[in-house]
Design a protein around this ligand. Structure first.
Ligand code: 6PG
Length: 473
């Protein structure tokens, strides 16, 4: 009998190819399949001398796998996943395991999980973060599905994952779509953090007059401190990148119109469904949409007076900007974690939040020094509804709130849009108040629609005939 391979990978694009090479480095034998001959050739070239088999023939791929088969899907999320599953299904045996490692919507994962389970096929939804180099040298991996299926893959997943202090950034998160849900929220936080960094750049550039070298130095310095993270690190590098096609830095030659594949928007859509406020993520999605309206913005820019930028003292500006970014970064993680908290209850995921924060410490796009503190906070209180209620985080936010207010005032005075930063401050100011003016909203609802209200001094629901003009009852 020909060699039987431990694992199969379908989809030999950059992510699939790099994961296979990573698995092979860790001593696993892998077979890869793709219909695209060019991708198969690229893997063949990269895998010389390794125990990797790759083919454009599905039948050969399937018969090369040890039974029961364990197959990772690295194909674009959406319809392609369904198409691949449809083609595979007649060839699979009960007990075979399919693990979708793309950015699938969690509701698709739930649907596929039930459809395949009813046919005896095991199915998992696995979030993988870290881009191409993460896949090659150690991603953060967020698996959801049946625990026993995770155990079938645990050896290889733990081997290929990023490690922090020797601990692999992977672990079974929960049933069904738990892994893809956590990956969606990871991406929502990613959107929030990227927008906050971009707003800080805008402010430093326009209100502080920092050039690209100054910006590099500032972000590189921040990356040595409490803001240390993958995103701050790559931001520092970006400012130095020369442009091959002009004499400028590349950053100044890139159009300011952001694209998106949808995972940030899904996070916001789901948060609305769940009634969980995550305004920094909402604002990040909104600002990507705003950035894409280039023509309208350009027309509007000639209609309205430009704001006067009055550069302040650079040193103090960068100091307070660091504090404000730290403050807002905490709020972005807090909002993402609070969404996970609600989803865990609503969808029965029973997430371990400390473990989630733990496996985000390495390999993924939102890895950051701060995640160690978040992990500790949830380890101390696993049912913490919001990081803002943790004593250590309360101290951090308390210490940074004044600077955040300064930054917001400065941005307002200079007409520089920093809506995500403002959303973080408003979230903080709302969350920390025991009184919000929603009594008036309730009164208005009852006034025009007899929707009733509750009182602060007695139980029950009440309706008032507010005026003869409105005879709703
Ligand atoms: C990751 C990234 C990855 C991808 C984003 C980009 O964790 O490795 O999140 O999944 O880069 O989905 O998303 P947008 O195209 O929506 O910005």
């Amino acid at each position: 009998m020909d060699e039987q391979y431990d694992y199969g990978v379908i989809g030999l694009g950059t992510m699939g190819r790099n994961l296979i090479l990573n698995m092979s480095d860790c001593g696993f034998s892998v077979a890869g399949f793709d219909q695209d001959e060019a991708k198969v050739s690229a893997l063949r070239e990269a895998s010389e001398g390794r125990s990797i088999f790759c083919t454009t023939r599905l039948d050969k791929f399937l018969s090369a796998l040890a039974s029961p088969r364990a197959i990772l899907l690295l194909v674009p999320a959406g319809k392609t996943v369904d198409t691949v599953i449809r083609e595979l299904l007649p060839e699979l045996q009960p007990g075979d395991l399919l693990a979708d490692c793309g950015n699938s919507h969690f509701s698709d994962t739930d649907r596929r999980f039930s459809e395949l389970s009813s046919k005896g096929i095991r199915f998992m939804g696995i979030g993988v973060s870290g881009g191409a180099s993460g896949a090659r040298y150690g991603p953060s991996i967020m698996p959801g599905g049946a625990r026993e299926d995770y155990l079938r893959l645990a050896l290889v997943l733990e081997a290929i994952a990023a490690k922090v202090g020797g601990i692999p950034c992977v672990g079974w998160l929960g049933p069904r779509s738990a892994g893809h849900y956590v990956k969606m929220v990871h991406n929502g936080i990613e959107y929030g953090l990227m927008q906050l960094i971009a707003e800080t750049y805008h402010l430093l550039r326009e209100a502080g007059g920092l050039n690209n070298d100054d910006l590099h130095e500032t972000f590189a310095g921040w990356n040595q401190g409490r803001l240390r993270s993958f995103l701050i690190g790559i931001t520092a590098n970006i400012f130095l990148q020369p442009d091959e096609l002009s004499d400028n830095r590349l950053i100044d030659m890139i159009r300011g119109s952001a694209r998106q594949k949808g995972t940030g928007m899904w996070t916001s859509q789901n948060a609305f469904d769940m009634h969980v406020p995550i305004p920094v993520i909402d604002m990040a999605v909104t600002q990507r949409d705003m950035s894409a309206r280039e023509k309208e913005r350009s027309a509007a820019s000639s209609l309205y007076r430009a704001s006067a930028n009055e550069p302040g003292d650079r040193k103090s500006l960068t100091l307070i900007a660091e504090e404000a970014l730290y403050f807002a970064t905490i709020i972005a993680y807090a909002q993402g974690m609070s969404l996970l908290h609600s989803a865990s209850e609503s969808y029965g995921y029973e997430l371990n939040f400390s473990e989630v924060a733990g496996l985000w410490r390495g390999g993924c796009i939102i890895r950051a020094a701060l995640l160690e503190d978040i992990r500790t906070a949830y380890a101390q209180n696993p049912s913490l509804p919001n990081l803002l209620l943790d004593g250590t985080f309360a101290e951090k936010l308390e210490a940074a709130q004044e600077s955040t207010r300064h930054i917001v005032k400065l941005a307002v005075d200079n007409g520089i849009p920093i809506p995500a930063m403002m959303a973080c401050l408003s979230y903080f100011d709302s969350y920390r108040r025991d009184w919000l003016p929603a009594n008036l909203i309730q009164a208005q609802r009852d006034y025009f629609g007899a929707h009733t209200y509750e009182r602060i001094d007695r139980e029950g629901t009440f309706h008032t005939k507010w005026s003869d003009e409105f005879k709703a009852d």
